[in-house]
Design a protein around this ligand. Structure first.
Ligand code: MRU
Length: 329
């Protein structure tokens, strides 16, 4: 099953806010519905929101309104979330066809969706080869957030590498951070690892660095929302401590991301906008308020891992070594 798809005259997508309890498809029939789904993380993960943005442009074009109006709708889609570059990338690529008519726009959006599948399959194979090169035997992996099929159209990025390794019998164990505050690890990664039949242990976010320090992990594998030209990586908040711990323990810290996540126009992590979400997400756990009335919270959704801590960024076409000073541009 695809996480997101075109259904003839509208977009269908798995509502990720309901998982793992319920697998329900959302019908997204206009730009407002796409923006709402992206904003509340019903559709989430950098590649998936890129595909949603591209299909959103197609929905706008199919209304028959003039290209200027479609451009203004595309600007709203682009702004639905700021950190993952895939969203702006996909919207711009699809919008480039706006003067050719609605069918051309839709064809571009669907082509982008299909390309996401092939890119992530290629990334899985290339990433698995890199892991085999770096670590001998069945590996213990530490991962963060959700980077599986649910974050893309199919297959996944970092979890796609795990999927590819698992097919070769090369995954011993995956430690998955629960990923506060929205629990993408506990709800989504655990769900996908269970479906794959990969042995895993969920850990609280704060446990990650000490699990690594105790020698229980061979390699850290995470995804990315944006990789700057110098190799700085924006990913889900809580990624940076894993990179520090991996460096201290002397194990590889690998970022798996399709080429569409590389942002040559942004020089370094300091120029990446970090999304700040509703403090209410931190003040509650599983929808139940956990902090005292009057408590205040700060809720950055992503962090920046500096390039010198990134052993490699593996994409669908190449391996880049930021810690050795290699640039993505
Ligand atoms: O806020 P989210 O759940 O959209 O954040 C997702 C992540 O940080 C992922 O690690 C990243 O998008 C890579 S997904 C293939």
């Amino acid at each position: 099953m695809r996480t997101i798809d075109w259904a003839g005259d509208h977009v269908v997508a798995v509502d990720q806010t309901l998982l793992p309890g319920e697998v329900r498809m959302l019908a997204l029939c206009d730009v407002d519905a796409v923006i709402d789904a992206i904003g509340r993380l019903a559709v989430r993960g950098a590649p998936a929101i890129g595909v949603a943005g591209g299909l959103g442009v197609a929905l706008a074009a199919r209304t028959g309104r003039d290209p200027e109006w479609v451009r203004s709708e595309a600007a709203r889609l682009r702004a639905a979330r700021p950190t993952a570059v895939n969203l702006a990338w996909a919207v711009d690529r699809v919008l480039a066809h706006v003067d050719e008519g609605a069918e051309a726009v839709l064809d571009a959006a669907v082509a982008l969706l299909e390309a996401d599948i092939s890119a992530n399959r290629a990334l899985g194979a290339r990433g698995a080869a890199l892991v085999r090169e770096l670590v001998a035997g069945p590996v213990a992996v530490h991962t963060h957030c959700n980077t599986g099929a649910l974050a893309c159209v199919e297959w996944g990025t970092a979890l796609g590498v795990v999927r590819s390794l698992h097919q070769e019998g090369l995954v011993r164990l995956v430690f998955a951070d629960e990923t506060r505050p929205l629990l993408q690890g506990a709800r989504l990664t655990a769900f996908e690892l269970g479906e794959m039949g990969v042995p895993y242990r969920l850990v609280v976010d704060g446990a990650g660095p000490s699990v690594i320090a105790r020698g229980l992990v061979d390699i850290v594998l995470v995804g990315a929302d944006r990789v700057a030209a110098n190799g700085d990586v924006a990913n889900k908040i809580g990624t940076y401590p894993l990179a520090l711990a991996a460096a201290r323990a002397g194990i590889p810290f690998i970022v798996a991301a399709p080429e569409s996540t590389l942002d040559r126009a942004t020089p370094d992590g300091a120029h990446i906008t970090i999304e700040e979400r509703d403090p209410g997400e931190v003040l509650a756990f599983g929808g139940v308020r956990s902090a005292p009335v009057g408590a205040l919270a700060y809720n950055p959704a992503f962090d920046i891992t500096p390039a010198d801590l990134v052993t490699a960024v593996v994409t669908d076409t190449r391996v880049i070594r930021p810690a050795r000073g290699e640039r993505v541009a």
